[in-house]
Design a protein around this ligand. Structure first.
Ligand code: ATP
Length: 336
């Protein structure tokens, strides 16, 4: 399976559905590329399919979710390329934790309450590398130092419940990075934290990404976080990517009316100050995200879009090039 040299992951026309009689098309033809050493933010309103996309990459969909189409060529640390859409469960067990790791909003999703943090990180290392128990423990301590946990040596014997929320988040990151994955998937990892701790964790993730050179797929609904951490941004709506661009271009020249709508909702004037320095008023996007059992015909955003014309109601637009590495899925992207 081929994959461009500069890419680590390409999600090509991924379709993930739920349900038997009523099919929920949670992911409906996602196209998304992650370059080596790049942080890609996946943004969109709740229910747009961000989590289902990232769980599809990890092949951790809960029943009755299933991948029904598409391919996901991924470059493993060893250098070979494997299709994550069709890899066997045995291959996926080797890939998870070793080549791709995931962190979540709630650290207890990843942490075992019954094991000390040292044992958990040590076990993860021992699962993927032939190391002695004492070597695994030594590396676990190094990982706690890496994520800047003070007094790492004494923290090894703590249980997760003995730590604060921010420290647990750091332990989860240490666990995820223990085997030096080539790709980290982060699903809203800072959403539950207070603003100061959130800033510290984002800063830590950014520095770890730079020093490890890993790629990151960062799922968030927060455009302020995107501006902090991402190199490139993919905007998702109703199970599809509607725009992808380098972060600076996306904020300077959002092309898709949905992206513009999302930006107009952000209470951070710095993100959307017009050229004459005036602040835009915050205006929520009217209407609701569509029902994914029977999404609107044509462009799924058309019922909420003030630019929609007749063509938008009948013909689904494809992702088209609108600038350098800038793609947009809109019939009117030249006019908005
Ligand atoms: N287990 C499931 N069974 C049926 N439908 C599901 C299931 N999990 C997710 N979905 C549906 O898939 C769609 C996409 O959900 P997803 O969680 O990926 O959205 P999201 O963009 O990550 O939202 P949020 O920001 O709230 O996490 C939603 O319509 C949701 O109802």
């Amino acid at each position: 399976m081929a994959l461009d040299e500069e890419l680590i992951l390409s999600i090509d026309n991924l379709q993930t559905h739920f349900g038997v009689r009523q099919i929920v098309k949670a992911v409906d033809g996602v196209q998304l590329q992650v370059r080596r050493g790049e942080t890609v933010a996946l943004v969109g309103e709740s229910g747009s399919g961000k989590s289902v996309t990232s769980l599809s990459v990890m092949r951790l969909l809960s029943h009755p979710g299933r991948i029904v189409g598409g391919s996901m060529p991924f470059r493993r640390t060893a250098g070979d390329v494997i299709d994550l859409a069709t890899a066997s469960e045995k291959e996926m067990r080797r890939i998870r934790g070793r080549d791709i790791a995931m962190i979540f909003q709630e650290p207890m999703t990843s942490l075992n309450p019954l094991l000390t943090v040292g044992d958990q990180i040590g076990e993860m290392i021992a699962l993927h590398y032939p190391v002695s128990k004492s070597e695994a423990r030594r590396r676990a301590k190094e990982m706690l130092e890496h994520v800047e946990i003070p007094g790492a040596a004494s923290r090894l014997d703590n249980y997760p419940h003995e730590m604060s929320g921010g420290m647990r988040q750091r332990v989860m990151i240490a666990l995820a990075l223990a085997c030096e994955p080539a790709l980290l998937i982060a699903d809203e990892p800072t959403t539950a934290l207070d603003v100061t701790i959130q800033a510290q964790i984002l800063d830590l993730l950014r520095r770890l990404q730079e020093s490890n050179g890993m790629s990151v797929l960062f799922v968030t609904h927060n455009l302020g976080v995107v501006a902090e951490i991402a190199h490139s941004v993919a905007v998702m709506y109703a199970g599809r990517i509607v725009e992808q661009a380098p972060v600076g271009d996306l904020f300077a020249q959002p092309s898709h009316p949905y992206t513009r709508g999302l930006m107009a909702c952000v209470p951070n004037a710095a993100l959307h100050r017009s050229s004459d320095g005036e602040r835009h008023r915050m205006t929520p996007i009217p209407g609701d995200v569509p029902n994914l059992v029977s999404p609107p015909s044509g462009c799924a955003f058309h019922p909420r879009c003030s630019y929609a014309v007749a063509q938008c109601t009948t013909e689904p637009p494809s992702l088209a090039i609108v600038g350098d590495r800038h793609l947009s899925r809109c019939w009117r992207s030249n006019e908005v």
